[in-house]
Design a protein around this ligand. Structure first.
Ligand SMILES: C[S@@+](CC[C@H](N)C(=O)[O-])C[C@H]1O[C@@H](n2cnc3c(N)ncnc32)[C@H](O)[C@@H]1O
Length: 309
């Protein structure tokens, strides 16, 4: 969109949506993040009001990403990503790279079965603690009092986080759609702020590149035989399944589905015969991250194609 605008002088119709970015993401001295921005109203107003801040928005819903991108047309300091923040937070950002993270009216995931999805789940809390700068803040708003108390209790006990504010019905310059809805219904709004107090780090699960070479060429029939083959690893936390195979006569694209701890991706594995062997890698147009399940799928495809002989 930016290139088109530069050559035609047309006003851009969308803001910047990042697809298949190099990780960790680029940051500036003042970099902030909003998780689950919904229709993007707050996101765009906040980024407009803070041109010195590099502002990222991560949202799991594609429809919301598009809504926000339309509002953000022409805005240079906002970058929007379609991703599951629970899994991706620690992968997207390096340690100590963000000065502020805001999450407004997340779903409280009330049942015990859904506890792993909450902000209080250990993995997510560790991710927050890692990517914040020391002194940086995590701010959360909710209309659900029991949830606010759970977050206060659990994040407050994290070794690298300390509660600095717990407010009821705070005055806010910019409000969100859900906030106005809850206030109109006469509900209270709870605001919690935690500061990062000490260095903290977590391991990352995503690799940057992976190419596998096998020592003989492969045929379309051998790749097609992988259809519906599935596998799992890490006690079922990583799962993959192969689908259809497409070919342009020179190389092949193998449709693949993966899931890492419920983080789902769909992409193509690119297979090309070269130098009396075959090269297997993630297709470059695939908007997929090299998670453990994706790496296992590449490995599995390569092993099956190699050993199928
Ligand atoms: C109740 S809405 C609130 C939207 C907005 N913050 C507001 O206050 O109007 C919760 C939002 O979080 C998003 N969301 C839920 N789980 C998410 C996840 N794991 N990663 C990123 N966004 C998520 C949903 O798609 C939805 O847009």
């Amino acid at each position: 969109m930016d290139i088109l605008a530069a050559t035609t002088n047309a006003k851009p119709q969308y803001g910047v949506i990042l697809t298949n970015p190099v990780l960790p993401l680029e940051t500036a001295p003042h970099t902030q993040l909003e998780i689950g921005f919904g229709n993007g109203e707050y996101t765009v107003q906040y980024a407009e009001a803070h041109p010195d801040v590099m502002f990222y928005g991560v949202e799991i819903s594609q429809a919301c990403v598009l809504k926000c991108a339309r509002r953000a047309a022409g805005l240079k300091n906002l970058r929007i990503l379609n991703a599951d923040a629970r899994y991706m937070l620690r992968e997207l950002f390096a340690d100590e790279s963000l000065e502020h993270i805001i999450m407004q009216f997340p779903c409280p995931w009330s049942s015990n079965k859904q506890a792993h999805r909450r902000v209080t789940a250990k993995d997510f809390a560790d991710g927050l603690a890692a990517v914040l700068k020391i002194g940086g803040e995590f701010e959360m708003l909710t209309d659900d009092e029991p949830y606010s108390l759970e977050v206060r209790e659990v994040l407050g006990k994290h070794q690298a986080l300390a509660l600095t504010k717990y407010e009821v019905n705070p005055e806010r310059e910019i409000t969100t759609k859900y906030e106005r809805k809850w206030l109109e219904e006469g509900k209270n709004i709870y605001r919690l702020v935690f500061a990062k107090t000490q260095a903290f780090s977590v391991g990352r699960r995503i690799a940057q590149e992976m190419h596998i070479k096998i020592r003989h060429e492969v045929t379309a029939q051998e790749i097609e035989a992988l259809r519906n083959v599935e596998g799992k690893k890490n006690g079922g936390l990583a799962f993959w399944k192969f689908g259809r195979c497409f070919s342009d006569g020179e190389s092949y694209l193998l449709e693949t589905l993966t899931s890492d701890e419920e983080f789902g991706q769909k992409f193509y594995i690119h297979i090309a015969n070269r130098d009396e062997g075959a090269l297997i890698r993630l297709d470059q147009t695939a908007d997929a991250f090299l998670t453990p399940a994706v790496r296992a799928a590449l490995d599995d495809a390569a092993h099956r194609l190699y050993e199928g002989r």
